[in-house]
Every structure is written in C-alpha cells, then in structure tokens.
Design a protein around this ligand. Structure first.
Ligand SMILES: Nc1ncnc2c1ncn2[C@@H]1O[C@H](COP(=O)(O)OP(=O)(O)O)[C@@H](O)[C@H]1O
Ligand SMILES: [Mg+2]
Length: 345
C-alpha cells in the first residue's frame, strides 16, 4: 500500500475515507480487496453495486461489480451475476469490456462476490443524450456499431443474448467507438436450453416475449430498436406510452419515413418479423443511403407504382411507334393516290 493518503470508499462500512494503510480509519475493516483493488467511486446501484476501482497492481482504473448474498432477493439474482462472470470471461471483442478477475470474500450469507472488468473511459449514451441532439444519421451509425457486436454475440457457440440493451448500457469510448456493457441479464440460449426463463431486462426496452421469460436472439433487436427510438425522440419509453399502453413513438418527432420503417421492423411485436443482425445491417446501410439520396426513398416507398409506370412507359412507346407507322403509311398511300390520279387525269 502506498504511504501517501488516498481517498477511497471502505468496502466494509461504505464511508468515503482517506487511507494510507490497509485499514479503514473509521471501522478498521480491510480496504484493499483481493490484495489489489481500492474502491474509488460508485458507478451504479442496480442488482448490486458497480464500483469504479483502482488496481494497485496494474495501476489502472477498473470496474468492480459487487453482489452481496444477504442482499439477494432470490438465488436467481446470484445465478444471473455468476452467469455474467462466466460469459464475460469468454468474450473477446473490442466492443465488450475485458474480464480481469473475480473473487469473493466472507462466507455463507455474508459472502460477497466481486467481478472485475476493464474500465472503458467515456460516457454512456444515456448521459450523452442529455447534452446531444442525435441526428438520424448518428443514430443509424450507433445501430451499425451495436449490430456488429450483436452479430459477434449471436455467432458464438452457444449464441449469447444480452437481454438488456438500452442507452445506459452502451458506452462511447474515447476513440469514438461504442461498447456494450452490463451482461448481468445475459443468457446463452443453447446451453441453458430454457431460453432464459427468468424475466430479466428493463421495462420499455424489453421485447414482449421477454415479459414471459422467453428471450431469444431477436429480443436484442427489439432492445436496440427501442434504444434508437429513445435517442431520437429524447424521451424514455414510459414517457411515450399512450392510453392503451402502446409506445406511441412515431408521432413524437418528425422522423423520416425510411428511419420509421426500419425501426418499426426492429421493434415488431412478433419476434420472427424482426430482422437478423445481418439483415438489419443491410437495412441500416440502405436507410443511410436513402437519407443521402431522398429520391431512393421515394422509389422504395412506391416500388409498385414505379414499376407500373415503367411498364406503362414501355407500352406507351410501343403504341406511339405503331401510331406513327400507321400515320406515315396513311400519308404515303394518300400521296400515292394523289400522284396516280394526277397522271391518270
Ligand atoms: N466497463 C465499464 N467501463 C466504464 N463504465 C462502466 C463499465 N461498466 C459499467 N460502467 C458504468 O457504470 C454504470 C452501471 O454499470 P452496469 O454494468 O450497467 O450496472 P447496473 O446497470 O446493473 O447498475 C453504467 O451505466 C456505466 O456508466
Ligand atoms: Mg446497466
């Protein structure tokens, strides 16, 4: 432990303290976790605490998620937390924080699990949206980045469903690229075989099937679609609910037709009608092109009428050709008749 005093949070009494030794000056509890980590600030408090911590060994910030057994409402919560640990350990993608360490302290009901991951410098999109008015193009680019991550997760064997995609679980790193965090609700569907029969996720971002504990690969497409809607409308899902509890998003803001049509597909109530990440990537790229060239949007909005017009055009030209030929022939006959009658007379 460094001799100079450091401000941190005591993991035992949760007080903010100045510490220069191994023990809390207030409660005398051990402040260094696993001989290596000092808690320096709270990042979140959801199913368990999420801490910003300092790694004394590698001299870097890390994120530590904590789960106290005695605070658990159910064993299911512990299962979710341990699942997050297991799954994060096997993930390797620049858009997902790297797993660093896991450990626990205490015993039985007083046991506390800790799980350490890479700290990504940057803000999450919920924070970013407070000071940013996202354009449609920016949101489509966010979708592209996240769809690449979903493609990676879905191509794993077994595939991984995140189940809690929303702005606060997406971080914009300092190089501008995006990362998906908080795999606490994750399920790898083919291993568990139960399609994740727990209800885990966030209301408003959860696909209808998730409410019945049936998260599938398509559920993340719904969460991502709702995320895009929230970023564009600058309203939380519950603020867009109408009298019949429908999320009335497309009336909230004047969104362009191509964007509306893409988002409608992504948040389709029927899971099988949502596009796969590959198809969604193609759709987003197509939508981006339409925003650059509104003429394309017009064509795709009225494909039938344009085809009919093209057919009509061909037909019209053919008829015009026949008409001109008949007229020319008539004129020729008329001229011949006039010439013949002149010579005969
Ligand atoms: N790896 C990370 N790097 C940087 N910030 C993080 C990281 N993990 C979490 N955070 C921040 O902490 C907040 C809460 O963490 P999260 O994993 O989403 O837990 P929960 O939502 O269960 O509280 C996130 O919204 C994010 O701002
Ligand atoms: Mg979260």
């Amino acid at each position: 432990m460094a001799t100079k005093s450091i401000q941190c949070i005591c993991p035992v009494c949760a007080e903010t303290i100045q510490v220069s030794g191994n023990n809390c000056p207030k409660c005398r509890g051990a402040v260094i976790l696993n001989k290596r980590y000092l808690l320096v600030g709270a990042l979140g408090q959801n199913k368990g605490m999420t801490w910003l911590a300092w790694d004394l060994q590698n001299k870097q910030n890390v994120v530590i998620k904590e789960l106290s057994v005695h605070k658990l409402a159910s064993w299911k919560e512990q299962e979710l937390f341990q699942r997050e640990m297991q799954i994060l350990q096997q993930l390797d993608h620049p858009g997902i924080p790297k797993f660093i360490d896991d450990f626990f302290i205490g015993e039985s009901r007083r046991q506390i699990f800790y799980f350490v991951q890479e700290h990504l410098e940057g803000n999450n999109l919920k924070e970013e949206m407070k000071g940013t008015r996202f354009t449609e193009k920016q949101v489509l680019n966010i979708l592209l980045s996240l769809l690449e991550i979903l493609l990676y997760l879905q191509n794993l064997r077994p595939p991984v469903v995140h189940r809690d995609i929303k702005p606060s679980n997406i971080i914009r790193k300092q190089d501008g690229t995006l990362a998906l965090i908080d795999f606490g609700a994750v399920v790898d569907i083919f291993r568990t075989g139960d399609q994740g029969s727990t209800v885990a996720g966030t209301f408003g971002f959860m696909a209808p099937e998730q409410l019945f504990g049936r998260a599938g690969l398509e559920s993340d497409l719904y969460g991502l679609g709702m995320t895009a809607i929230v970023l564009l409308c600058r309203l939380q899902p519950e603020e867009m609910i109408d009298a019949s509890f429908k999320i009335n998003w497309d009336r909230q803001k004047s969104l362009s037709e191509p964007v509306k049509s893409l988002l409608k597909k992504m948040i389709s109530q029927t899971a099988s009608e949502r596009p796969s990440p590959e198809d969604a990537i193609a759709l987003v790229k197509q939508t981006l092109k339409m925003l650059d060239n509104p003429q394309l949007a017009l064509q795709s909005a009225k494909p039938e009428s344009i085809q009919v017009n093209a057919e009509y055009d061909k037909d019209f030209k053919a008829r015009l050709g026949v008409g001109v030929a008949i007229s020319l022939a008539t004129i020729l006959v008329f001229v011949l008749v006039v010439v013949f009658s002149f010579f005969l007379s």
